[in-house]
Ligand binder design. Sequence first.
Ligand SMILES: Cc1cc2nc3c(=O)[nH]c(=O)nc-3n(C[C@H](O)[C@H](O)[C@H](O)COP(=O)(O)OP(=O)(O)OC[C@H]3O[C@@H](n4cnc5c(N)ncnc54)[C@H](O)[C@@H]3O)c2cc1C
Length: 384
Amino acid sequence: MNKNKRIAIIGAGPGGLTLARILQQAGFNPVIFEGEISATQREQGGTLDLSEDMGQKALKVAGLLEQFKKVCRYEGEAAKIMDKTATVLFEEGPNVDEEHSGDRPEIDRTMLRQMLLESVNPESIQWGHKLLYATPLENGQHALHFENGVTEVVDLAVGADGAFSKLRPLVSDETAEYSGVSMVEINILDAKKQFPDIVELNGLGSVFALDDQKGMIAQMNGDGKIRIYLSFKAPYEWLHNNGINYDNLEEAKPELLKLFEDWSPELKKYIHYANGPIFPRHIYMLPVGHKWEHKKGITLLGDAAHLMSPFAGAGVNLAMLDASELALSIINHDDTDEAVYNYELKMFEYAGEIAAETKENMDLFFENNAAKTLSDLMKSHHVE
Ligand SMILES: Cc1cc2nc3c(=O)[nH]c(=O)nc-3n(C[C@H](O)[C@H](O)[C@H](O)COP(=O)(O)OP(=O)(O)OC[C@H]3O[C@@H](n4cnc5c(N)ncnc54)[C@H](O)[C@@H]3O)c2cc1C
């Protein structure tokens, strides 16, 4: 094991932080270079479920599982699948505690990031270091060129820098492509207190209302907010030429309501009650089964390696699993290059399978009769 290798992790997302934590616990000194200027520059997004075989497995390796269990929400595992009439075709949960849990309790993304940030050596994070590009050097090292003018030479560069990774072009010609799905994210702040009727409909977890090749996907967050992804199969340009004013929620609402004109009034409350930020989102993905030929001194993990749509809730789980697999491989091999090669072989296989499942899910969500098909699928999983 070579603890003196200079390891650079690009990106302080869930993947990069998990990798840093596990390596630091084992006595390595990786440095994280993060483009944002501080931990609070950006709101971190909604609620996530961490599965026993991926996210929680990584937290266990990182020594953070017990801490996670103290703050996660078992009741957040609740799920309902509905059609546009708000008829519930499948329902599960809510679960009250770990004993009665499925294997995917929820945690707000901000809380997960905080927990991971607090677990790493604060001096190992270089905020405000946005990678512009990297250049391979003859001996397998890489020079990292940052927007702030800094250049660093490292033995191993790990791209944990998400969908539009700046390290990816060094190993692969593939780029993140539009998946064909666009979303308008809206939020109902303080729903628990202000809008008990929508909380009654939504429950404490997620709602998947699917019909007419579109969807309302709603998730209760730990702070009582409901985050809703209005989801559409649409050409890329549609999101910005559909007449919706994303700068003014009240002006946007009638346009959004028109898109769900014949949907149940109960479901349309998700739009009527929206009182928080609104964001247009294109969903991107890498080709299913994305892989590359191993190159010395560089690798990728998480979205940088296998960006996929959110329709299987796998992204964060996989990023953390990759991080723990890579860290353990580095810890358990004397030769770092061999460690990275072994990690890549293993990761390509499991990530490829999940990417294929995710793509199937995405197609299913936008089929005619999607709610019924998805409900039948969920019921068959419960029988198995
Ligand atoms: C709408 C939506 C909903 C989602 N819902 C879920 C869900 O419910 N469950 C789930 O598991 N996943 C979900 N995902 C996917 C999930 O967000 C990602 O898969 C996950 O965050 C990937 O983690 P990561 O660490 O690989 O990358 P990221 O979380 O993207 O982190 C990358 C980090 O790198 C930094 N960075 C980027 N570029 C640079 C650069 N050039 N230089 C330095 N730093 C850089 C970024 O600032 C960031 O901190 C969702 C995604 C979307 C779009």
